[in-house]
Design a protein around this ligand. Structure first.
Ligand SMILES: [Mn+2]
Length: 325
C-alpha cells in the first residue's frame, strides 16, 4: 500500500451521506498520512452532520467546491461497496487519479481498487484502519483515537450488534488508552439533539405502524414534514432504531421522502433476516442488520409495495422467528 502512495498526491474519500465510520476513517487516514509526510487531502460530497464535527477538529474534510485542486494521483476510498456510493464520478472530477485503494467491510464490495483491503468480518472500516495504522507504527494521538473509536462505536450500534467481536472490543480498549474520549464521543453523537429533531421524532412515532403478525414495524416522513421541521439527512439517521425496539419485531423500516418523487428507505433487522436481502430487491445494499435503498415514487404509492417484499422475507423465516419465542 505504501508503495502505491509514495510520492503521489493522495485523495482520501468515502461515501456520500457520511456516517460515523465514513467520517472517522476519512479523518484517521488523512491524519496518519499527513503525519507520515504524505501529501493527502480528504473529501466528502456531503456536509458533515453537526454531531460528527468533533471528529474533524482541523476541518480536514473538504467539500467538492472547496478542494484546492484536482491534481490527485491516487485515491483511498473508504467504507464504500462501489464507486457510485461516492456520489460523484472519480474519472470526471479527478482525472489524474490512476490508482485506487479500496478499504471496506461491506460483503457486497465490488473490489474496484488496484488494491482491495476488504474484510467483511470487520465491524467497521475504522477497525481495519486500526490494523493498518498499527503496522505503519504511527504516533497515536487523541484525534486519531477519537476518529477510529467513533467509526467503531457507531457501526456496531455502541457495541451491541453481532459484528462486535472480541477483537473489536480489544481495539476499542486500545483506542481509549491512546486518548479516545468516550464522554466527548457520547455527548457529541447521542446527547446532542436539537429540539426540532426530537419534536419531529415525536410526530413520526405518533404514526408508527405494526404489521398484523407483529414482525414488521415502520415509520415514514414526508418531504413536507422534513422541510417544516428543518431537518437534514443526518438528523434522521437514528429514527429507525425505535421501531426495531418493539417486542417481536424482526424488521424495522424508515421510509423518507428526501426529494419529490425520491424515497430513501432504511432497513434494520433483529435476529433472523439479512437486511441486505431486502435492500438488494430494490437495488440497495449494506450489512446484515442495517441496510438501505433508494427508489423513485411517492410515499403513498410505494409503502405497500415495500411492505409486500418485506412480508415475503419475514414469512420465509418464520421458523427462525418462532424459535426465538
Ligand atoms: Mn462502515
Amino acid at each position: 500500500m505504501l508503495s502505491l502512495l509514495k510520492g503521489r498526491k493522495i485523495l482520501v474519500t468515502s461515501h456520500r451521506d457520511p456516517d460515523g465510520d465514513c467520517i472517522g476513517s476519512t479523518v484517521a487516514m488523512t491524519l496518519a498520512l499527513e503525519q507520515m509526510g504524505f501529501d493527502a487531502e480528504a473529501l466528502n460530497l456531503d456536509e458533515i452532520p453537526y454531531r460528527y464535527t468533533f471528529c474533524d477538529p482541523y476541518r480536514l474534510i473538504y467539500s467538492m467546491n472547496s478542494i484546492p485542486d484536482r491534481e490527485h494521483e491516487v485515491a483511498v476510498v473508504l467504507d464504500s461497496s462501489d464507486l457510485h456510493r461516492l456520489g460523484y464520478e472519480m474519472e470526471r472530477e479527478f482525472p489524474k487519479v490512476k490508482h485506487i485503494i479500496n478499504i471496506d467491510h461491506h460483503k457486497s464490495n465490488e473490489k474496484f481498487g488496484d488494491l482491495n483491503l476488504v474484510d467483511e468480518t470487520a465491524a467497521a472500516v475504522c477497525e481495519i484502519l486500526y490494523g493498518i495504522l498499527k503496522q505503519w507504527d504511527i504516533d497515536w494521538n487523541d484525534q486519531i483515537a477519537n476518529a477510529l473509536y467513533t467509526g467503531i462505536t457507531t457501526d456496531t450500534g455502541s457495541f451491541k450488534y453481532e459484528s462486535t467481536s472480541s477483537e473489536t472490543l480489544r481495539i476499542a480498549a486500545d483506542l481509549i488508552d491512546y486518548g479516545a474520549d468516550i464522554n466527548i464521543i457520547r455527548t457529541s453523537i447521542w446527547e446532542n439533539e436539537p429540539y426540532n429533531r426530537i419534536h419531529a421524532l415525536s410526530n413520526v412515532l405518533d404514526n408508527i405502524k405494526l404489521s398484523e403478525d407483529g414482525r414488521i414495524s415502520w415509520i415514514k416522513i414526508s418531504l413536507e414534514e422534513i422541510e417544516r421541521h428543518q431537518l437534514n439527512n443526518g438528523d434522521l439517521e437514528s429514527f429507525v432504531d425505535y421501531p426495531r425496539t418493539i417486542t417481536g419485531v424482526e424488521v424495522a423500516l424508515f421510509i423518507k421522502e428526501m426529494e419529490k418523487g425520491q424515497l430513501k428507505v432504511s432497513v434494520r433487522t433483529k435476529s433472523c433476516i439479512d437486511a441486505t436481502k431486502i435492500a438488494s430487491v430494490f437495488g440497495g445494499g449494506g450489512h446484515k442488520r442495517a441496510a438501505g435503498f433508494k427508489i423513485k415514487g411517492t410515499l403513498d404509492q410505494e409503502e405497500e409495495r415495500i411492505l409486500k417484499v418485506v412480508q415475503e422475507e419475514v414469512d420465509k423465516e418464520y421458523k427462525c422467528m418462532d424459535s426465538l419465542i
